[in-house]
Design a protein around this ligand. Structure first.
Ligand code: NAD
Length: 375
């Protein structure tokens, strides 16, 4: 029986875990054995006893790695973890392959087959494995709560005996998975919400959530969506038009949430220092793209920066701030992905020609094999 090992996350204060007691049961029912490192779920409120009750074997780090036919991780494994693996092991996690070349090379050097969940294609069959969506959705929700928390006023309009308080104005930049959830969350809190994106498809989605769509809707905008549904990097001319529109709008906003990303590229710069300076003191900006270089000039990963009375919230890993639910959804994504390593009869025999496995495979046979990482 193939063993799935889950170890504690050791990078950057990561609080999530790659499997929960609930998914341990599912993996065992599918035909795997599961080894969990003692304390792996502690930071996300899943105690060892619950893993044991679900049927997992609790063990130390070295034993878990030595047993692993498949290692499930949230982030890329550390050099020590890679060293402890069997050369024929499989590693699955959010390996951040465009940025973390060191881990990629170490995985290749070890000879393991590593799969990066960020590369799972967005096809119908793989929706249940879509970690970008499951985590971005939670990040969008949490970003609004962080923004509201840093904001010294309320979000809904309040009519009280002592007078009326106006509703806050929230502007969401980038209306993908995270942005749409941010819009929905800000609306639930009673804010007046506007949003922008460069993809025309976003307009209807924004409006269906009760927010107003604001964008430069020129010919380039009409063609800004790739076949895969992502945004293209926009021309300097478009960016200048977008900046003018944003300048006019942003100075009237109370909370700005930025979520714009372009796969494999640095995050587009959407808010300049001048635009930040144009906002009223007490306003808040939450930059969700801060780990990919940031949408906002002056945002610092892991920090809240205050400039001219405007707070720029740059917390890294927002899903990690709601670790129990983020882990639960991520674990279900991974359990579904793990199912691809089994044949219809439940035998452990990964088919490396499977469309999803092929798209997510980053190292195999001692080399980095993903075409997007060729250089
Ligand atoms: N299974 C599926 O079919 C599936 C699953 C999830 C998402 N999607 C789709 O994929 C698309 C991308 O979603 P995502 O959240 O992963 O995107 P993402 O995280 O790559 O980017 C976030 C958003 O930023 C926007 N953006 C990029 N550059 C911008 C700029 N200069 N100005 C303003 N906005 C900018 C993008 O258009 C996107 O909406 C969406 O159409 C989404 O509905 C499909």
């Amino acid at each position: 029986m193939a063993v799935i090992a889950v170890t504690k996350e050791r990078r950057d204060g990561e609080t999530r875990v790659a499997t929960t007691p609930d998914t341990v049961k599912k993996l065992i029912a599918a035909g795997f054995a599961v080894a969990v490192e003692t304390g792996a779920g502690e930071a996300s409120s899943y105690p060892d006893a619950d893993y044991a009750a679900a049927g997992a074997e609790l063990c130390g780090l070295d034993a878990a790695l030595a047993k692993a036919d498949i290692l499930f991780k949230v982030r890329g494994p550390t050099p020590e973890e890679i060293a402890g693996l069997k050369a024929e092991a499989i590693v699955v996690g959010m390996l951040n392959p465009h940025q973390d070349k060191t881990t990629l090379q170490a995985l290749a050097a070890k000879g393991v087959s590593a799969f990066s969940m960020e590369f799972v294609p967005r096809i119908t069959r793989a929706q249940v494995m879509d970690v970008l969506s499951s985590q971005a959705n939670l990040a969008g929700y949490r970003a609004v709560l962080e923004g509201a928390n840093a904001y010294g006023k309320v979000l809904p309009m309040m009519m009280t005996a002592a007078g009326t308080v106006a509703a806050a104005k929230v502007f969401v930049m980038g209306a993908g998975v995270a942005g749409l959830q941010a819009i929905a969350t800000a609306r639930r809190l009673g804010a007046v919400v506007t949003a922008t994106d460069v993809r025309p498809a976003a307009k209807e989605q924004v409006e269906s959530l009760g927010a107003k769509f604001i964008a430069v809707e020129d010919e380039e905008f009409k063609a800004a969506e790739t076949a895969a549904g992502y945004a293209k990097e926009m021309s300097a001319e478009y960016q200048a038009k977008q900046a003018a529109l944003v300048s006019e709008h942003i100075r009237k906003q109370d909370i700005v949430i930025t979520t714009a990303l372009i796969p494999g590229r640095p995050a587009p710069r959407l808010v300049s220092a001048t635009q930040v300076a144009s906002m009223r003191p007490g306003s808040v900006i939450v930059d969700l793209a801060v780990e990919q270089g940031g949408n906002v000039e002056g945002a610092v990963a892991g920090q809240v920066v205050e400039t001219g009375g405007v707070k720029i919230v740059g917390y890294a890993n927002l899903p990690g701030r709601i670790a129990a639910d983020a882990s639960a959804l991520y674990a279900r994504n991974l359990a579904a992905f793990g199912g691809l390593f089994l044949t219809k009869d439940g035998a452990f025999a990964p088919d490396f020609e499977d469309e999803i496995l092929k798209a997510a495979l980053v190292t195999r046979g001692g080399a980095v094999v993903h075409p997007a990482l060729a250089s």
